[in-house]
Design a protein around this ligand. Structure first.
Ligand SMILES: Cc1ncc(COP(=O)(O)O)c(C=O)c1O
Length: 429
């Protein structure tokens, strides 16, 4: 009889055949999921606080999404740049859901590909090569996006980067580099931005690239008003304002697009992750005027806009509307946030809880006064949570932030049960 493969058997295969350069995760081999729950290859059950990596917003194995993808797989998989009804309908639906000034969209496969395209568009449109990006920002791992990423650990020994990036401080208020406090600071980091540009720019500044909140850096949310003022700053200088919503879109923050929180009007908007909720697709949205800087054949992608992913992304939009997932993310998110704030009061090694909708970071510290990051503790908490049936991970500039980002279909009952696991784990430290 053939031996059943255990988790350890699969992990041994990983060690033998994979290079080991992916992100650290607790030692679990996923088998299948349903909604906000997951089962591993040994049949163990977990509540999911990862959504993959903020991807599966409509939940794992949603029957409508599965049906759309499998139906399309039996019809047509790839047409390259020949249009298909799936791609065109998706383009129409996405543009209809956008702020009115954004009227054109091109599909890509991954977030990094979309970000790379946005950088090329900004350069071509402005004929300038410099771009303001932010400390702690993350935009992907290919060379363009990596070059505008503000995390040394992502870039280490991969240099030289693509020239032209001007990095400025992002408002990580919990660890303000200027040791100021909001709102008394009046968002001093924006005033400082002028100094950075005066010092760094050689006169060819063309754009600004920014995340509405920084995901990879540990779910760092800017204070209210920051994004609006940054956009005004960019527009006053005639810069292309690129908003990276690869992670923050599709209801994650309790709005369909994070830009809605401050009524932003980006020149270029990048989507990824949740757009396909697991179907590999990303998008760059902009205006007819900006896209007109590209001629025929200057931007396309072999897999971008393929009918399989587009069929999936269309189903995602339908599911989100039918199940009112944006509203659910907002209300269940508040519910989850209150639980997390309660835990912060109870456990002194939680230095900060921040987020909105269904995306939160729990920042672990050794001491609330010194704020010394507690990466080891975060790792132990994650390992124990996973062992007890809560799928989660950690990230952040210092590796000390627990990621709380369940699929948007999570119910209040599932929130209660998953928070109870976290609370009992925290009580052991
Ligand atoms: C804000 C942001 N931009 C871009 C990317 C890159 O996306 P991908 O991994 O699909 O290339 C990510 C991925 O984590 C992200 O969080």
């Amino acid at each position: 009889m053939k031996k059943e493969m255990t988790t350890q058997d699969w992990l041994d295969l990983s060690e033998r055949f994979e290079p080991g350069c992916a992100n650290w995760q607790a030692p679990v081999v996923w088998d299948h999921g349903r909604g906000a729950e997951i089962w591993d290859v040994e049949g163990k059950h977990y509540f999911d606080w990862t959504s993959g990596v903020l991807v599966t917003n409509v939940g794992h194995a949603h029957p409508h999404l599965a049906e759309a993808i499998s139906g399309q797989a039996g019809r047509l998989l790839n047409t390259f740049d020949f249009p298909t009804p799936q791609r065109l309908t998706l383009a129409q639906k996405i543009i209809e859901a956008m702020p009115p000034h954004l009227d054109k969209v091109i599909f890509m496969t991954t977030g990094a590909e979309a970000m790379d395209a946005s950088l090329r568009i900004a350069r071509r449109y402005t004929q300038k090569f410099e771009i303001v990006a932010f400390w702690g920002g993350f935009h992907g791992r290919s060379y363009g996006p990596m070059s505008v990423t503000g995390l040394a650990k992502i870039k280490r020994h991969f240099g030289p980067m693509v020239p032209g990036t001007i990095l400025a401080p992002y408002p990580y208020c919990y660890r303000c580099p200027f040791e100021k406090a909001y709102p008394e600071c009046d968002i001093f980091c924006l005033t400082f931005l002028d100094k950075v540009v005066e010092t760094e720019s050689s006169g060819y500044l063309g754009g600004v690239i920014v995340e509405p909140y920084q995901g990879t850096s540990g779910f760092v949310f800017p204070p209210p008003g920051y994004m609006r003022r940054l956009e005004e700053w960019a527009k006053k200088r005639g810069l292309v304002f690129i908003l990276d919503e690869v992670q923050s879109s599709y209801g994650r923050t309790g709005k369909m697009w994070a830009l809605e929180h401050e009524n932003l009007k980006p020149d270029v908007l990048c989507l990824g992750k949740g757009i396909g909720s697991g179907a590999p697709i990303a998008a760059v949205v902009s205006t007819t005027e900006i896209f007109s800087c590209l001629s025929t054949g200057e931007m396309s992608s072999t897999m971008g806009g393929n009918p399989l992913s587009c069929a999936g992304a269309l189903a995602v939009l339908e599911i989100m509307a039918e199940e009112r997932l944006v509203e659910k993310a907002a209300s269940n998110g508040e519910y989850l946030k209150n639980h997390l704030l309660r835990l912060m009061k109870k456990f002194s090694f939680i230095g900060d809880v921040r987020g909105m909708g269904l995306v939160y970071g729990i920042e672990f510290v050794k001491d609330r006064t010194t704020k010394e990051p507690a990466a080891d503790l975060a790792r132990e908490v994650v390992l124990k949570c996973v062992a007890n049936g809560l799928m989660c991970g950690k990230l952040g500039i210092y590796g000390n932030v627990m990621r709380v980002a369940p699929p948007l279909v999570i119910t209040k009952e599932q929130i209660d049960k998953s928070v109870a696991i976290l609370e009992s784990v925290l009580s052991t430290f």
